[in-house]
Design a protein around this ligand. Sequence first.
Ligand code: ASP
Ligand code: MG
Length: 412
Amino acid sequence: MALIVQKYGGTSVGTVERIEAVADRVARFRKEGHDVVVVVSAMSGETNRLIGLAHAITDNPTPREMDVLVSTGEQVTIALLAMALHKRGMGARSYTGGQVKILTDSAHTKARIQHIDDRNMRADLEQGNVVIVAGFQGVDEQGNITTLGRGGSDTTAVALAAALKADECQIYTDVDGVYTTDPRVVDSARRLEKITFEEMLEMASLGSKVLQIRSVEFAGKYNVPLRVLSSFEEGPGTLITLEDDETMEQPLVSGIAFNRDEAKLTLAGVPDVPGVASRILKPVSDANIEVDMIVQNVGKDNHTDFTFTVHRNDFKRTLEILEKTREELGAREVIGDDKIAKVSIVGVGMRSHAGVASKMFEKLSEEGINIQMISTSEIKVSVVIAEKYLELAVRALHSAFEMDKEPSERSY
Ligand code: ASP
Ligand code: MG
């Protein structure tokens, strides 16, 4: 008998029929004798619909009220799932994040979990109940409702699994695992049996939408075995786990991730003096905007260009901040481009192999794709290109690295 945390995403609870199907699955696990904690997202499309309502009223809703609004989506699904379990004769109780006491900081719309009180959940489990928790939400010290950022239900699930020391955290979604790349872009993309936390972290941070990045960080930090599976078909899914030299294949490239959610900003003609990078980036980070890639050009005539990328949602705000910085530093101009995309190849096997990056650059040049920015880490190479070339680039790289084949059958 195990303690399992199961998370069902928006499409898995997208209709009443699907909620009933989730109830069937949960009931099955329960009958096998497992303790089950279920985390659910809002019905698919609901969070976007709520955000749309807010923007129909104002361009600038306060983050606090946004959290009050968008957290309602999950409150609907926890109650419906509890009812569906009751109908099946199962004890079940639903909890909002605040009712569990998922304590977060007060960074509305992107709050971080600080502590989870497991007492209510434990008491329910001991009484044989299924515990159903609203994903994506928490409460701060002052009792304000907070949310964890888009896709935050994954993080709720992993955090609960860590707090309860669950045996496995299962993420049920509309795909049957983690793929070498998005199968909607590349037909021959393959499901991975296993992937390391580290690789998954890169894949998620680079826009592979299967899991929210923070959930993977959490799982890696607390070593929570994480499994991504389909809620519509049976199968082993993909296990995300620690790197294991003996049993794990270590393919050179495990996956290709891409991201259309970024925007590029350049402050051109900045005086090339010490402290400039921090003067440009500090106001950006003070505004809670995450910067991704950074490039500073070689200076010429005591001036330089400074380029970085942010999430596209933060593009306008960053432009405004940068315009102020331009005046303060006496820089020439601010240039913004939100029609870019980032493509990355990821694999722990890269650590011990040279030449992966150059092969990537060569393939892109064969396709006539210009590389605008490059960044690398031990297990990843990323490039920024024009958005219109994104799909072409991903397909070309997938076939160049033979990712449609089993790692053992690849020719490199
Ligand atoms: N409902 C939230 C969203 O759409 C949280 C989640 O689904 O994980 O982002
Ligand atoms: Mg999701």
